[in-house]
Design a protein around this ligand. Structure first.
Ligand SMILES: Nc1ncnc2c1ncn2[C@@H]1O[C@H](COP(=O)(O)OP(=O)(O)OP(=O)(O)O)[C@@H](O)[C@H]1O
Ligand SMILES: [Mg+2]
Length: 531
């Protein structure tokens, strides 16, 4: 006899008794109480119904022919589908042993016959509610667990849960993949022994210094990069890890650590390659700058020859004068000394020119130094004026009183200033003008010095904004178009900025900035350009 009596509602209750009269009374007692009632009159049916309908509560008679209530209960508890139902025994047996046996078999409660209707109603209500809540809780737990394991499985970082001694109590699939172990083999192993103790340098493997040791033992969170970890096959890899202490209870007792780690071998390799590429670029930039300095010197060769020739001619003349003095009857020693002094001064002048050229052509550039702006500009002016083609109008320098020393490579800064001054002189000459080129230095903010080179020459071409700093852009017959691009690359290497302005009264103004030596160390490039 199987019967579904009332509409499916809050909970399902299965009534099991071999006596139809008893079943009727139970049914009458529980109907209209909001349950879905199922009825079975023997053990076999009870098991089948329970398996199929998953009732919250089973009211189970003990004394039944063929299969008694104990056996039914035993089988219900053995079947995972029915194991969580609350079995409430119903029996005339009212001795303690029977109750104990009932509980021992997994029964939840016991009602003695003849029963009170109110008691049955109250107990069924309580058990139905408890089982329902328990099932909801379990469902929620299962969901959380599967969410959690889905997340842990999907994460590409390795995750270990460690106890306070460093034994692995949890490992996600990525941890197994990274370390080359089977996930099952990891649990129970010791994290330190597994991944570190055989480290090739035994001096480094003092336990306190091991990664994650302090997290496990003192609750100190750790984050390290480039740690060497051992794989299952004995090979090693560079790892980055974060270890967080695992605290439990209100008093925050230390229970071990959670370690999140990943293999950064490829990342380190990329970084190294990037560093190498950067170095190469730097090297090539320096070489290009050097080549460009040599080319400038080539262009200035005639001027240099002239510049050296002047003192040499003077020396020859003074030497002749001196010889003549010595041939005279009375030797004017004072005059001779004065003449020799002039020879010395002229030879000094010649060697100054050569010193400047040698310094300018030196390779590689000297590196950053603390520089005095007035000295540097003066040196550059003398250098530029050597270029005979261009020294008609001359060069005027003004340096504001508050301009401090800057931190930059002297040769490279001189190269920039010289390029700009030569362009300005060339523009002036092309315009047939004789106005001097003005070079000025002022403070810009607290951390930068701004150097301007202003001319009254032919002015900038129309498409200057787009083209001026492009390599090989030139409007000159014998120009190469590498002066300005080179200036930009050199100024940027100093942490500075370069640009130009058109002059309302004609001519051009170029400027560049340099960081002051005692400044904040911030670059002088406007934020929008600093990429
Ligand atoms: N002060 C200036 N006034 C007018 N035009 C200028 C000035 N400075 C540069 N230019 C323009 O910018 C172009 C590029 O200058 P850049 O110094 O890069 O090359 P270049 O002077 O032509 O050749 P080089 O490589 O020998 O210096 C010049 O050809 C010129 O047209
Ligand atoms: Mg130029």
């Amino acid at each position: 006899m199987t019967e579904t009596v009332s509409a499916p509602t809050e909970a399902t209750v299965l009534l099991v008794d071999d006596n139809p009269q008893n079943l009727k009374v139970l049914y009458e007692t529980l109907k209209d109480k909001g349950y879905r009632l199922l009825i079975a009159n023997d053990g076999e049916k009870a098991l089948e119904l329970a398996h199929r309908n998953h009732p919250e509560v089973i009211l189970l008679d003990i004394m039944m022919p063929e299969m008694d209530g104990w056996q039914v209960c035993e089988q219900l508890k053995a079947d995972p589908v029915t194991a969580d139902s609350a079995v409430v025994f119903l029996s005339a047996l009212d001795d303690v042993d029977a109750k104990v046996k009932g509980f021992a078999l997994g029964g939840a409660d016991y009602i003695s016959k003849p029963f009170q209707a109110q008691e049955v109603i109250a107990r069924v209500r309580t058990h139905a509610r408890v089982i329902k809540l328990e099932r909801q809780l379990q469902k929620r737990n299962r969901q959380l667990e599967s969410d959690q394991s889905r997340i842990l499985n999907a994460i590409s970082e390795g995750i270990y849960g460690l106890d306070a001694r460093g034994n692995i109590i949890f490992a996600n699939p990525a941890a197994a993949l990274i370390t080359g172990y089977h996930a099952d083999d990891l649990v129970g192993q010791n994290f330190f022994k597994l991944h570190f103790v055989d480290a090739p340098n035994p001096a480094d493997s003092g336990e306190e210094s091991l990664p994650v040791w302090m997290t496990c033992h003192q609750g100190v969170a750790e984050h390290e990069r480039g740690v060497t970890m051992h794989r299952a096959d004995g090979s090693t890899f560079a790892a980055e890890y974060r270890a967080t202490p695992k605290l439990e209870g209100d008093n925050g007792k230390l229970r071990g650590a959670v370690v999140v780690f990943r293999d950064i071998t490829a990342e380190l390799e990329n970084e190294r390659a990037l560093d190498e590429a950067r170095e190469l670029v730097q090297e090539q930039r320096d070489q290009l700058a050097h080549a460009s300095r040599l080319s400038t010197m080539g262009e200035m060769a005639a001027g240099v020859a002239h510049e050296v020739n002047q003192p040499l001619t003077a020396i020859t003349n003074y030497a002749r004068v001196a010889r003549r003095m010595m041939a005279a009857e009375t030797l004017d020693k004072e005059l001779l000394a004065e003449t020799l002094g002039k020879i010395e001064a002229q030879s000094h002048r010649a060697s100054e020119v050569i010193r400047r050229i040698r310094r300018f052509m030196k390779k590689p550039a000297a590196g950053k130094e603390v520089l005095s702006i007035p000295a540097l500009l003066e040196d550059t002016r003398q250098f530029a004026e050597v270029d005979m083609r261009n020294n008609e109008g001359g060069i005027e320098i003004t340096v504001a009183d508050d301009v401090p020393e800057v931190l930059a490579d002297p040769v490279q800064v001189q190269q920039v200033a010289l390029n700009l001054i030569r362009n300005a002189l060339e523009a002036t000459r092309s315009a047939g003008a004789a106005d001097p080129v003005q070079v000025s230095a002022t403070m810009m903010g607290e951390n930068c010095v701004r150097i301007e080179v202003t001319d009254h020459g032919i002015g900038l071409p129309e498409d200057a904004e787009e083209k001026l700093f492009l390599p090989f852009y030139t409007t000159k017959e014998d120009g190469m178009g590498i002066g300005l691009p080179m200036c930009r690359s050199l100024v940027q290497a100093q942490g500075g900025d370069i640009g130009f302005e058109r002059q309302p009264e004609g001519g051009a103004r170029f400027f560049f900035t340099l960081p002051v030596a005692a400044g904040s160390g911030a670059s002088c490039v406007p934020a929008s350009q600093d990429d």
